[in-house]
Design a protein around this ligand. Structure first.
Ligand code: FAD
Length: 299
């Protein structure tokens, strides 16, 4: 008898999504803000702070933007009422930058005011190079009213060195990242080694400025860069140094840093738009694909 061949249309999309979600739970804090708060509590128990990010970006519809602003209001309330040590991290294009500068500024103003009232810090994620100029300009305007805010800066961009010097003049709170995007040669470093070198350069400028009052957040999983930050931190006054890593990545290292007395935060995205984010994490590392394959086999 002829053996039945399974065709690609035979798979059940709902089942596939369920299995993908099972793997993705490593990197995301769940579908809802309640699940995210529970994950944040676990992070606190391990001595870390949580950075909550509601997934979503590139919104061109006002209704999506308004919903995101409301969600951050809710999550700030939940952080307060549950007594969680944590902050939020917001993408500019999630709250209006694709629609207009003024709308985005107004929304960041509202969210940072709410964060101020509830006693929490607000980070601004930085996106692709088209949005960098406006994001930094918005951040500097927000910072004037609320010191408990910070912005990410990407070492893959050539412009970041001069941006950093300007931001430092304003005592900005900065999170240094390599950058999750790519750009043309004239604006962006093309290789990981150049991007890492520039990360080191940015980090050195900040950590060697012993009187610097802003936060210096080193947000990488790269051991060489983390070791360099640790070495620099013993030399200068780095009371504002902190490490930020993604949920589900390098957990042992996080614990070592905590045990050695460093401030560590876990960045944890949550929400219905988890699939895109998870695919990015899967692409980042071959081992993560094996993890997915294993989960598919075991299901
Ligand atoms: C807290 C935080 C906030 C961020 N915010 C932004 C932002 O606002 N804007 C932006 O553009 N980007 C942001 N990023 C993403 C960042 O730019 C990089 O894309 C991402 O962190 C990977 O780069 P890396 O520095 O870890 O270096 P990589 O060179 O990618 O990795 C270095 C080493 O880390 C380990 N590693 C990396 N990824 C994994 C993994 N998934 N699992 C296990 N080990 C791994 C491996 O040993 C790898 O060799 C953020 C990252 C973090 C941690």
């Amino acid at each position: 008898m002829e053996k039945k061949i399974s065709h690609s249309q035979d798979y059940d999309p709902a089942l596939l999504e369920k299995m993908l979600f099972k793997v993705s739970k490593k990197w995301i804090a769940g579908h809802s803000n309640i699940e995210a708060i529970n994950e944040a509590r676990k992070s606190n128990k391990c001595g870390m702070s949580a950075i909550l990010n509601y997934l979503g970006e590139g919104y061109t519809e006002k209704v999506q933007v308004d919903r995101s602003v409301l969600e951050y209001f809710t999550v700030l309330d939940l952080l307060r009422t549950n007594d969680i040590r944590g902050s939020i991290s917001v993408k500019p294009t999630q709250i209006g930058l694709c629609i207009g500068y003024d709308l985005c500024l107004e929304n960041f103003g509202k969210i940072s005011q709410k964060a101020k009232e509830s006693g929490h810090f607000m980070w601004i994620d930085i996106e692709n190079s088209d949005y960098v100029e406006d994001t930094l300009s918005i951040y500097l305007r927000i910072l004037g009213n609320n010191k408990n805010t910070g912005v990410a800066i990407q070492s893959y961009l050539r412009r970041s060195y001069s941006d950093l010097l300007h931001l430092m003049e304003n005592s900005a709170n900065l999170r240094i990242v390599k950058g999750a995007y790519r750009g043309e040669k004239n604006e962006a470093y093309q290789s990981n080694s150049e991007t890492s070198q520039n990360f080191s350069r940015l980090m050195n400028v900040m950590l060697k400025e012993s009187s610097y009052s802003g936060i210096v957040a080193i947000a990488t999983h790269d051991s060489n860069l983390i070791d360099e930050a640790l070495a620099l931190s013993t030399k200068g006054s780095t009371k504002n140094l902190q490490f930020q890593l993604l949920k589900g990545v390098r957990d042992e290292l996080k614990q070592q840093l905590v045990n050695n007395g460093y401030m560590v935060s876990e960045y944890m995205p949550y929400g219905e738009k988890w699939l895109h984010y998870s695919l990015r994490r899967l692409k980042e590392r071959k081992r993560n694909i094996f993890l997915l394959a294993r989960s598919l086999i075991e299901s």
